[in-house]
Design a protein around this ligand. Sequence first.
Ligand SMILES: NC(=O)c1ccc[n+]([C@@H]2O[C@H](COP(=O)([O-])OP(=O)(O)OC[C@H]3O[C@@H](n4cnc5c(N)ncnc54)[C@H](OP(=O)(O)O)[C@@H]3O)[C@@H](O)[C@H]2O)c1
Length: 231
Amino acid sequence: MKGKQVLLTGGTGGLGSGVTPAVLAQGAEVTISYRNPKEVERLKDTLPPTDFERLHFIPANLEEEASVDNLIYRIGKVDVLIHLVGGFSMGKTHEYSFYDWKREFEINLNTTFLTCKYSLKSMLQHGYGRIVTVGSKAALEPSGQLAAYSAAKAGVVALTKAIADETKGTNITANVVLPTVIDTPTNREAMGEENSDKWVKPESLAQLICFLASEAARDIRGAAIPIYGNI
Ligand SMILES: NC(=O)c1ccc[n+]([C@@H]2O[C@H](COP(=O)([O-])OP(=O)(O)OC[C@H]3O[C@@H](n4cnc5c(N)ncnc54)[C@H](OP(=O)(O)O)[C@@H]3O)[C@@H](O)[C@H]2O)c1
C-alpha cells in the first residue's frame, strides 16, 4: 500500500486501534474520518509522531450523503477504502423498536453503501481500487436477539459481492471480512475478560484487512472471509 491513498473509516474505534497502525506500517497515506475529536486525540497518543505526516483526519457523518461526498472530495483520490464503521444492538424481535431496527441499517449498511459509492467513483476514474468492508459471523449465522444486526450485516455482504461483480475486468476489488467477537475494550467491559483469549485480536484482523487492501490481492474478489478466533 506504499504511497496509496487510503480512506479508513472507523479508524478511531476498537478495531481501528489495531488497523490504523497496521495500515500506516504499509507506507500508505491514510485519511481517517471521525465524529468525536476526543477519540482522534486518544488514537494519536498511541501512534509514533513520525506517522503523523501520512495521517489525516476529516470530520464526517457517514450516514449523510452530502458529508460522504464532501469527504471524498477533500481527499481527492481514493485508492483503498477500508470501511470499519458499524454498530451493534440486540433485543428480542417482538420487543425491538423500529427506531433501533432502522439505526442498525443506518450505521452498518447505509454507511457502507455511501462510502463505497463515492470511493468507487474515484477508483473507476483512476482504474485502481481495493474495498474492504466489515460484516460479521452473524451475517451468515444469525442468532436470536440479533435480527437487525444480522440482517444489516447480511446486507453488507450482499453489497460487497455485488460491487465485486460490477468491477470484474478492472483492477478494483471488493471483499468483506466476517469477525466474531473482537477483543476490544468495549467488549471486555461488557462481557468480562474470562474468554477474551478466544476472541479475535484487532491486530490479527488488521493483517487480513491489509492483505485484502494490498496490490497483491488483485485476484480476490467478492470473498466473505470468516475470522472467528477460537469461538
Ligand atoms: N466489536 C466486535 O466484537 C465486532 C464483531 C463483529 C463485527 N464488528 C464490526 O467491526 C467494525 C468495528 O467495530 P468496533 O468494535 O471497532 O466499533 P466501535 O469501537 O464502536 O467503533 C466504531 C467507529 O465508527 C465510527 N462511527 C460510528 N458511526 C459513525 C458515523 N455515522 N459516521 C462516521 N463514523 C462513525 C466511530 O467514530 P466516533 O466515535 O467518532 O463516532 C468509531 O470510530 C464494525 O463494523 C462492527 O460492526 C465488531
